[in-house]
Design a binder for this molecule. Structure first.
Ligand SMILES: O=C(O)CCC(=O)C(=O)O
Ligand SMILES: [Fe+2]
Length: 328
């Protein structure tokens, strides 16, 4: 079994072949919850620049990296975290990273109201180009996200703007750059780059370098999601699972520890607006409750409240120190 590769160029170009592409996306969402996309038209030189600057950033001394530590980002939840500080299911991941989001200045109404996860990014002063490259990349990927969601809407027999009109006119955007350092492991090591989990939002669009290590769980088997040139990996998150009554599953995935070389990855989380309540799509058949099989033993279908509330509950589990210090 291999995660399918889908050329989304017809969707990007809004050509007549869009419905065929949408059908492929629908099938991938039902069977895998994961697919590669090609034909996305995200500028190659921009991507290369992002990789180059990220390498430079992680090669800085810890002291220099800590100049933009997450604690300095406050409730905006931005900045650098060193290896071992982020937890998945209570266990530290073997990765370091930087958190970014939509760039909002202090005058922004949501920032003035001190809404968590909204605010300014932290960029390293030592790499002056970093900010424009990260922000340009985020805006390109955001467009890809809108296009893929159109395909998902069409695949469900909905109007192509279904998600845009209800959830993603002003989406929550979370972008991360991770470095998984090459690590010597004991034979019996139970360490992971990222432990098994599902993603919280609608859609994740991941750029990965050539190292590999990402795996997804299909029924009882873990399969590799190896790097494929000029593609992104898309996977659906808990909110799409919730909206489709489990028809489109948010699939478990994890990242192996790296042993040979450092691995860079760039997940962009394209999520519903912070203030909306995510509702089930009318007319789709309910699938069976998978709560007992889920990694967190919680049902994504039962939660009441806004997407922001759902997310903050999750954030406080992955960064307990941050929760104590800044979020609450
Ligand atoms: O680094 C990767 O390949 C995946 C990371 C991931 O699953 C996540 O951040 O949610
Ligand atoms: Fe993930």
């Amino acid at each position: 079994m291999e995660v399918p590769i889908i050329d989304i160029a017809p969707l990007v170009d809004k050509s007549q072949k869009s419905s065929q592409v949408a059908a492929k996306i629908g099938q991938a969402c039902r069977e895998y919850g994961f697919f590669y996309i090609t034909g996305h038209r995200v500028d190659k030189s921009l991507q290369a620049k992002l990789v180059e600057l990220s390498r430079k950033f992680f090669a800085l001394s810890l002291e220099n990296k800590m100049k933009i530590k997450m604690l300095n980002g406050g409730i905006a939840w931005r900045g650098y975290f060193p290896c071992g500080e982020e937890l998945t299911s209570g266990k530290p991941d073997v990765k370091e990273g930087i958190y970014f989001g939509e760039e909002l200045d202090d005058e922004n109404e949501l920032v003035r109201q001190k809404i968590p996860l909204h605010g300014k990014n932290l960029f390293p002063e030592l790499l002056p180009e970093f900010s424009s490259v990260v922000l340009d990349y985020m805006s390109s990927i955001l467009q890809v996200g809108h296009v893929v969601l159109e395909g998902i809407a069409i695949s469900l027999g909905l109007d192509k703007d279904y998600f845009y009109e209800r959830y993603t006119r002003q989406p929550l955007q979370l972008f991360r750059i991770f470095n998984y350092p090459a690590t010597k492991l004991d034979k019996n090591s139970s360490m992971w780059g990222v432990g098994e989990h599902t993603d919280y939002g609608l859609l994740t669009i991941l750029k990965q370098d050539n190292c590999g290590g990402l795996q997804v769980k299909l029924k009882t088997e873990w399969i590799d999601v190896p790097p494929i040139d000029d593609s992104f990996v898309c996977n659906i998150g808990d909110m799409l699972d919730r909206m489709t009554g489990g028809l489109y599953r948010s699939t478990l995935h994890r990242v192996k520890c790296q042993t040979r070389a450092d691995r860079l990855s760039f997940p962009f989380f394209f999520d519903p607006n912070f203030f909306v309540q995510v509702k089930k799509i009318d007319g789709l058949e309910e699938q069976k409750d998978d709560r007992n099989q889920r990694w967190d033993l919680e049902s994504v279908h039962e939660f009441q409240g806004t997407y922001g509330q759902y997310l903050l509950k999750k954030v406080s589990k992955v960064f307990p120190q941050l929760k104590d210090n800044v979020l609450i």
